[in-house]
Design a protein around this ligand. Structure first.
Ligand code: AHG
Ligand code: MN
Ligand code: MN
Length: 324
């Protein structure tokens, strides 16, 4: 029988017990979220919560539930100095006695793909972890994605899988019958090009022309002999997880409605960009590497093109030439 390694044991071996405790708490929160999603139709968690979040979006009841569960799991950890959530206007800073222990800030999208909750389609949780440096907790909120010490996501689907990196490769953990995330994949790599492109084509007319020309290439003659099929689930985590396993490219370019992009830099783009790069893929905002961007505020949005190196680099080259 294969050796059972839990996500906390794996992260502890890679990056030490303090960071493993943070990732383990996120795994425990994900287990509770999964349990609620699995029977959502029987508990009053479908539908809108009746409030609007800082994003200006209608909060779904499951958004609020997942956010409460994630915060409850992290508030009790002495090594967590603060959290940033998609669902909260401002960071939540915990009073902690200063000590020698490493301190961390967790940033997260507690429930990604809210529009898919009520129709029983994959949703997810996305998280990144930063270590508090000498510049203090407040400065940590605006660290570049390069400084994440851990990142990952949970995709709630036919099975529930947690994908994590601490900077030395990508591993996957599947929630087993006992509610434990058990290692099911190691040293995961993304195909260097893939059969799929993934985007909301209803927005194409409002993209900058270079993105329209790029998509026409994928749909037409393809890239380097690769022809493409379209896949779009509308939950970033699910669209990314397929891209990690099968290859290809996910695109959310600037649109008229969201000229700076729709997706959030801190807790959607950065964590997935770290996973993508650690798996041999790439992630850009068009011209620039996502992980190199310095956030100006915690809910900053960005254009996001991520996936296999071949497709992402072809897009980045096209945008840089278009801008030149
Ligand atoms: P969230 O549910 O956390 O607000 O995220 C939704 C995001 C992301 O999951 C997905 O890729 C994107 O919204 C879909 O946007 P469109 O409906 O505009 O395609
Ligand atoms: Mn999201
Ligand atoms: Mn969300």
């Amino acid at each position: 029988m294969a050796e059972i390694v839990t996500v906390e044991e794996h992260v502890s071996g890679e990056a030490g017990p303090a960071l493993a405790g943070v990732v383990g708490a996120i795994a425990e929160a994900a287990r509770q979220i999964e349990r609620r999603i699995r029977v959502a139709g029987l508990h009053d968690v479908y539908g809108a919560y009746g409030a609007t979040n800082v994003q200006g979006e209608q909060q779904q009841k499951l958004d609020v539930f997942a956010n409460d569960v994630m915060k409850a799991a992290l508030v009790g950890l002495p090594q967590v100095a603060a959290i940033v959530s998609e669902e909260d206007d401002a960071p939540v800073v915990f009073e902690r006695a200063g000590g020698e222990e490493p301190m961390f800030v967790a940033v997260f999208d507690p429930l990604d793909g809210s529009s898919n909750i009520d129709v029983n389609v994959n949703v997810g949780t996305i998280f990144g972890v930063h270590q508090v440096g000498t510049e203090g907790v407040q400065a940590t909120f605006l660290h570049r994605g390069l400084r994440q010490v851990a990142a990952g996501y949970v995709v709630y689907g036919p099975s529930t899988v947690m994908v994590v990196t601490t900077g030395t490769g990508v591993s996957a953990f599947t929630l087993n019958e006992d509610g434990v995330f058990v290692r099911s994949g190691e040293a995961m790599t993304m195909p260097d090009k893939g059969p799929y492109y993934s985007t909301n084509e209803a927005n194409v007319a409002s993209w900058p022309v270079v993105y329209r020309e790029y998509l026409a290439r994928l749909v037409g003659e393809g890239l380097d002999g690769q022809r493409y099929s379209a896949r779009y689930i509308g939950s970033l985590v699910a669209d990314f997880h397929r891209t990690l396993l099968k290859g290809g490219v996910f695109l959310y370019p600037p649109t008229e409605k969201a000229p700076k992009g729709k997706l959030r830099l801190l807790y959607e783009a950065n964590p997935l960009a770290m996973i993508a790069e650690q798996a041999g893929g790439a992630a850009v905002n068009g011209p620039e590497r996502i992980l190199g961007l310095t956030p100006e505020h915690i809910h900053q949005r960005t254009a996001l093109i991520l996936g296999s190196r071949c497709e992402v680099e072809a897009l980045q080259t096209a945008v840089l030439e278009w801008r030149a």
